[in-house]
Ligand binder design. Structure first.
Ligand code: SF4
Length: 371
């Protein structure tokens, strides 16, 4: 069975590998096989529970995920620690979401309910206001519908500010081999406060899945990080489950020194290894002073962390963008041993970040705050 770790002050014991239930949506199942639908999803979920994965992560936003999980949770509730989430920022909407989650998951109680994907400081203010989401969460907790309160997001400063209020027992954040430095302060603050830490995006929203070696390294990395209770990964096939569970078991058998060595080895890999952005460029060689690193960061945030709303807004505010890149001979380019082109990455980033913010991107991030 998989090892269990303590989820901070909740005292819940969760498997070091968690199940990100986006994986059982048809649009993810169909990436790997023609076999989709509720039966395929529920049999996969049963297999996942059989392997000893007990942390089951879902959200109101994850389409049919709660309903599909509920078909199995109805008879296997005791084997699960369930986390679900709301994008609502007000009390009434939050309570309605919790009731719907409880109904669809076929349970009477959700272990941790999180404010989902906090992105703007204004949202944080709103959830603390009178009639804000926290009031709804407190009421649901008092009524026994939820056990603990959490928060998720991709902005380390906002997450640190949120957990520092003492209002949240659990924090869910991205953590992977590319962006560990950005998110490490959240893990450290959570440890100081004994807030349970769940991480996501270990495989960079599928950007690291082009080879098994890369998947193994990325998972090892996330699982070795000290203070993380569970690494939540999307699982859509039996092979993925078996592979990821084996990596999680092996990591559990490493000594502290061996884990530190594994982390150091993976951190020493060039950024280009991960295929998302490059470190082989000379910023001083750009005659147009294009902020190369910042633009790659924004594009990475847009693609990996689905922050289209905020990243497009921030890109629009940059005084210098990547518009000269398409017609430039590529003065900044240094040869990447992994074949990545900085200029190519910048041209693509300029195209994508320059597109209009979509309705889906706005709604995904609360649906209300538009800069
Ligand atoms: S491709 Fe040209 S314009 Fe773009 S950052 Fe590099 S040197 Fe500057």
């Amino acid at each position: 069975m998989l090892p269990k770790r303590r989820l901070g002050r909740t005292e819940l014991l969760v498997s070091n590998l968690g199940f990100g239930s986006l994986g059982i949506l048809d649009r993810y199942l169909s990436r790997w096989s023609a076999d989709t639908g509720p039966l395929k999803a529920t049999s996969l979920f049963e297999f996942i529970l059989d392997q000893g994965i007990n942390l089951v992560d879902t959200a109101r936003w994850y389409e049919e995920s709660e309903e599909r999980l509920g078909a199995i949770i109805a008879s296997r509730r005791a084997e699960c620690v369930i986390t679900s989430k709301t994008l609502k920022r007000d009390s009434v909407g939050t309570l309605a979401d919790i009731s719907e989650s409880v109904r669809q998951l076929q349970t009477d109680y959700i272990d941790v309910y999180l404010i989902h994907h906090i992105q703007w400081p204004e949202e944080l203010h709103k959830i603390f206001d009178k009639n804000g989401a926290l009031e709804g969460l407190w009421e649901a907790r008092a009524n026994g519908k939820i056990g603990f309160i959490g928060i998720s997001g991709h902005d380390p400063d906002l997450l640190c500010a949120a957990i520092s209020t003492g209002a949240f027992d659990v924090v869910e954040l991205p953590y992977n081999a590319l962006d560990h430095e950005i998110f490490q302060p959240v893990v450290e603050r959570a440890l100081e406060l004994d807030v349970g830490v769940l991480t996501m995006k270990a495989l960079a929203a599928g950007k690291f899945v082009d080879s098994k070696g890369k998947v193994e390294k990325a998972l090892q990395f996330a699982l070795c990080v000290s203070g993380v209770a569970s690494v939540i990964v999307g699982l859509s096939t039996i092979d993925q489950v078996l592979f990821d569970v084996e990596v999680a078991r092996q990591v559990d058998q490493l000594s502290t020194a061996e884990r530190e060595n594994a982390l150091a080895e993976i951190m020493a890999l060039p950024r280009d290894y991960w295929g998302v952005d490059s470190q082989y460029y000379d910023p001083a060689a750009c005659p147009f002073n294009v902020p190369i690193g910042e633009i790659m960061r924004l594009e990475r945030y847009r693609t990996i962390y689905k922050n289209g709303h905020r990243t497009k807004f921030e890109y629009s505010q940059l005084p210098i963008k990547a518009d000269p890149c398409a017609a430039c001979p590529g003065y900044c380019e240094l040869p990447s041993p992994f074949g990545l082109s900085t200029q190519g990455l910048l041209i693509r980033a300029h195209e994508r970040l320059g597109e209009p913010i979509t309705d889906r991107e706005i709604f995904q991030h609360g649906g209300e705050i538009v800069k």
